[in-house]
Design a protein around this ligand. Sequence first.
Ligand SMILES: [Zn+2]
Ligand SMILES: [Zn+2]
Ligand SMILES: [Zn+2]
Length: 338
Amino acid sequence: MSDARRKRAPSAVVAAVALAASVLFAACASPPARALGAFPRPAAEPLFGASEVEVVVLGIAQDGGVPHFGCEQWCCEGARIDGRALHPAALGVVDRRVGKLLLVEATPAIEAQVDLLHERAGVEGRGRQPVDAVLTTHAHLGHYLGLAWFGREVAGSKEVPLHCSPRFGEFLRGNAPWKQLVALRQLDVRPFVIGEAFSPWPGLLVTPIAVPHRDEFSDTMAFVLQGPSRKLLFVPDVDAWEKAPGLLERLLDGVDVAYVDGTFYDGRELPDRPLAEIPHPLMTRTMDRLADVATARPGTIRFVHLNHTNPALHDAALRRQIEARGFAIAAQGERVGL
Ligand SMILES: [Zn+2]
Ligand SMILES: [Zn+2]
Ligand SMILES: [Zn+2]
């Protein structure tokens, strides 16, 4: 959300509802003190130095975003009352050398996220071709449902290149409603070779790396994006590192900045589940593994894909502790010179 938009005064109706809701909230059990903490705020300048190619973080939450459909706990009620929202994890790339835009993940919040990308890129007048190419990591709803917005009911785009794994491409071609987007050539499915770098356009390099995850409909990718100045890793969804020895080190090899799965903090979010059964790497375990990297290059390991219940989203004091260890929670709207 832009600063200008953030400052926009809420309507009288919203204010009245918020007041009524806060009275109702006050009458219920008190939320933890952290409940109404501010979400991470983006820095004004690009992180790690400017570049003609820039990555914009378009969302930092898990697939369901915040507030989360079906959650009436303090984590989401507080956000509803305040009118605060976090989108599912996604990146945009602005290449000012050629005036092109890449969207990494097509989430259910695609409209607001591409709007944020256009605003950060200073782009307008794109009409039905809001971006020049799309990458998707896997077929879970927070990562690809937004592809439907390219279809005839909404943008009615023409041949937007979609770079995805061969299995993901087959899934789209074989299943409604996706196969209609392919048949009408609103999306131009361009399967990549896993493990081999390709260029959505000259001067921008993407390497897809397969990672283990709950792969019902497609396999799951991490992406390394390389511009003229830096290499950036995006791995929003992956199984616990213990299940794939050496994977984390392989993903980080030669990378300058990494956006890493931070779905759960330390397991307190899932009190009824044994830690060994939590399907994601806990942030606390990732921080233990990468302590040396964080000390040597503070701020280069940045967590995304945080579940609505993750205390690091809501608790600024906890975020400061994480930063003191050299790590960071990504902020929606932050930019990195690539
Ligand atoms: Zn996800
Ligand atoms: Zn919640
Ligand atoms: Zn997933």
